[in-house]
Design a protein around this ligand. Structure first.
Ligand SMILES: NC(=O)c1ccc[n+]([C@@H]2O[C@H](COP(=O)([O-])OP(=O)(O)OC[C@H]3O[C@@H](n4cnc5c(N)ncnc54)[C@H](OP(=O)(O)O)[C@@H]3O)[C@@H](O)[C@H]2O)c1
Length: 277
């Protein structure tokens, strides 16, 4: 007879760890690891600042599918927010918020109350060569990603549960220089440096960064304009897998960072091998 175990309940026991402390051996229990990669987020409250489109929305969608108890998304555009909430269903709620201002971020987060995990995605891209740049025009590309991450992290800290996490968003431009993307790259590197300091400052709350390569989201519409399809095809042709990423693949990585309680202080690159070619 085969006994079926509900996947949501299946766990791999952590067993015991022997600590060799000289003459005496201490044995302590290790936390169990869920056999279902989705279960650590079951019932959790997950907040996505910049969750009405692209990677943030895909993460919210996957969190709902994996049993999150409450998913709260934020973005500036009212119609986009309404469309995202209609897609996500009753587990989700949303608030309009402009992540370029500290007061608005604070209001957004404190209005939610205690929560488990935070993902911060807003950024602005202003592609330009350094030597040609109008510094005032390009400054928002530096400011939005960094300061949204900074303010969201500091105002989330008192609200996050101790076993919770913060995931910030960078991009491979931070480590793999790209033409006309010096400022985007610098903003990504700044967020990665911020995260490393937050790990100590906010402990035991975990902090990580997700660094995607090209992913098929509405961001690419604005980035490439009318040339989008041609540009994406050209990029895809250079990648080992001959395609760019899907939002769901990045969402899966975001939920891994939230759900695995030993992931702390890392930049997780998900780029189909782009940084190697
Ligand atoms: N897609 C890629 O290929 C790729 C590659 C590397 C890195 N990334 C990074 O991944 C992150 C998400 O990108 P995506 O592709 O998901 O972009 P997206 O589809 O354009 O989504 C961006 C989200 O952020 C929100 N947002 C933008 N500015 C905001 C602000 N000032 N305040 C609050 N919310 C704001 C947008 O809603 P509203 O506009 O309504 O506010 C939307 O919900 C970005 O940091 C991006 O740089 C993306």
């Amino acid at each position: 007879m085969v006994t079926r175990i509900s996947p949501a309940k299946a766990v791999v026991t952590g067993g015991v760890q022997s600590l060799n402390t000289g003459s005496r051996r201490q044995v302590r229990s290790l936390p169990p690891v869920n056999a279902e990669p989705t279960s650590p987020l079951e019932g959790a409250t997950i907040v996505v600042l910049g969750g009405t489109s692209g990677l943030g929305l895909a993460t919210a969608e996957l969190a709902v599918a994996r049993g999150a108890g409450r998913v709260v998304i934020g973005g500036r555009d009212r119609d986009r927010l309404a469309a995202a909430l209609a897609l996500l269903g009753p587990t989700a709620e949303g608030r309009q918020v402009d992540g370029s201002g500290e007061a608005a971020i604070k209001d957004f987060l404190t209005g939610i109350g205690p929560f488990d995990h935070l993902l911060v995605t807003p950024s602005k891209l202003v592609p330009t060569a350094v030597v040609d740049a109008d510094a005032d025009a390009v400054r928002p590309a530096m400011d939005l990603r960094f300061w949204a991450a900074f303010h969201a992290s500091r105002h989330a800290a008192p609200l996050l549960r101790p076993d919770g996490s913060i995931t910030l968003m960078s991009g491979i431009a931070g480590t793999r220089p790209m033409a006309r993307e010096a400022v985007a790259g610098a903003s990504c590197a700044a967020v990665e440096a911020l995260m490393r300091s937050l790990v100590s400052e906010l402990a035991p709350i975990r902090c990580n960064v997700l660094s995607p390569g090209y992913v098929d989201t509405p961001l690419l519409d604005g980035f490439f304009g009318a040339a989008r399809d041609t540009k994406v095809a050209a990029i895809a042709g250079q990648l080992p897998g001959r395609r760019i990423g899907s939002p769901a693949e990045v969402a899966d990585a975001a939920l891994f960072l939230m759900g695995n309680h030993y992931m702390n202080g890392h930049v997780l690159t998900i780029d189909g091998g782009h940084t190697l070619v």
